[in-house]
Design a protein around this ligand. Sequence first.
Ligand code: RFL
Ligand code: PHB
Length: 397
Amino acid sequence: MQTRKTQVAIIGAGPSGLLLGLLLDKQGIDNVILERVTGDYVLGRIRAGVLEQGFAKLVREAGAAENMDTLGEVHDSVMFSFNDEEVMLNLKELTDDSVIVYGQVDITRDMMAEREKRGLETVYEANDVQPHDVKSDNPYITYEKDGFEYRLECDYIAGCDGFHGVSRQTIPDDVKTEYEKVYPFGWLGLMSDTKPINPELIYATTDRGFALASMRSQTRSRYYIQVPLEDTVEDWSDDKFWAEFKKRMPAGVRDNLITGPSIEKSIVPTRSFICEPLQYGNLFLVGDAGHIVPPTGAKGLNLAASDVSTLYKIMTRVYKEGDKTCIEQYSPIALRRIWNGVRFSWWLTDLLHDFGDQKDEFDKKMETSEIQYFLSSEEGRKVIAEQYVGLAFEDLK
Ligand code: RFL
Ligand code: PHB
């Protein structure tokens, strides 16, 4: 067994781990990332597309924003539609803020490249990653790579290993509480190299179910439709997807749809999940490792960013000022913003999707009435817009 040392050991080279690693490095804090799969595999996961300005600011601070700031598109508005009725939310007017459309794959690639440029170590294809003694002052991680066993000693462990990672499992069951809601549908996503149907994103509610028109650029579209949980990608040929998607777009934009071969198609289940607390001794859960939201409000990656922001400020204080008491602030600060994001995603998911038998005619009338109430007044639109662009990050005490 070979033994090595670092200050912060990071498990997972997704956006959370990479962003945290770059920020810590900027503060002179040594870190190593252990990732289970290859870099190419990480980049093969097509996920988020909408970044809050708070996330973008952190990426700038991390020194990986050049492409995002030149290729990312600033969106000042977002459209909601209810069958054929269109409602535009002008984010800029309502909040003086906006979002950036730039793919998770691209931001991940940019951060990987920056990490490599700075010579920071990422161990890809690290197997059997296992944190140990996380309650002690000398935690360590064991892993296997290319047939050799390693022991990575550290001061702190950042569990950035996503929903299925090992970090959360390290917190004993009698210490943690997990809150979960599983929704009765999935999202079928299709990516194609075609011009987007509309300049702004469209969140569309119809009698046939929900649909979302998003994009990665002016030549690449990302579209989603709500599908039954039992459906598989094989049930959906490209032609079938395009026909159904078109029917769910509002009449005013439907005819702008340009179709083409899919370059990716996948189905994701939808759920809300939160683990409390997010800190156990010297182990911290960051991003999807500690919480999941349905994609409706585009909050998953953005919540990961606020976790990273809090943890990196804490680590900076620990190493620069020698103040270890602040580590207790991680879980309460991170969770306050997470619960807000979870509530917003749950609310939008509830109002915009078809819940089939789970909702009766009365429930449906209540849904319509609630969304109309919010969208018909400036105050109501503001409440939606300020959550969509993202609430401010909380500072340490
Ligand atoms: P990730 O991205 O899952 O990365 C975790 C990494 O950890 C590795 N790993 C391990 N490594 C070592 N040892 C182990 N035992 C390990 N177990 C796992 C994994 O291989 C992986 O590389 O978590 P992270 O970094 O916290 O990032 C979270 C985001 O990926 C996620 O929240 C977003 O993608 C959610 N999301 C969206 N968020 C937004 O803010 N805006 C959006 O527009 C948005 N759209 C989406 C989304 C998620 C989607 N899916 C697929 C769930 C759209 C979709 C369709
Ligand atoms: C995406 O572009 O993939 C996307 C955009 C907004 C969402 C979810 C996903 O709410």
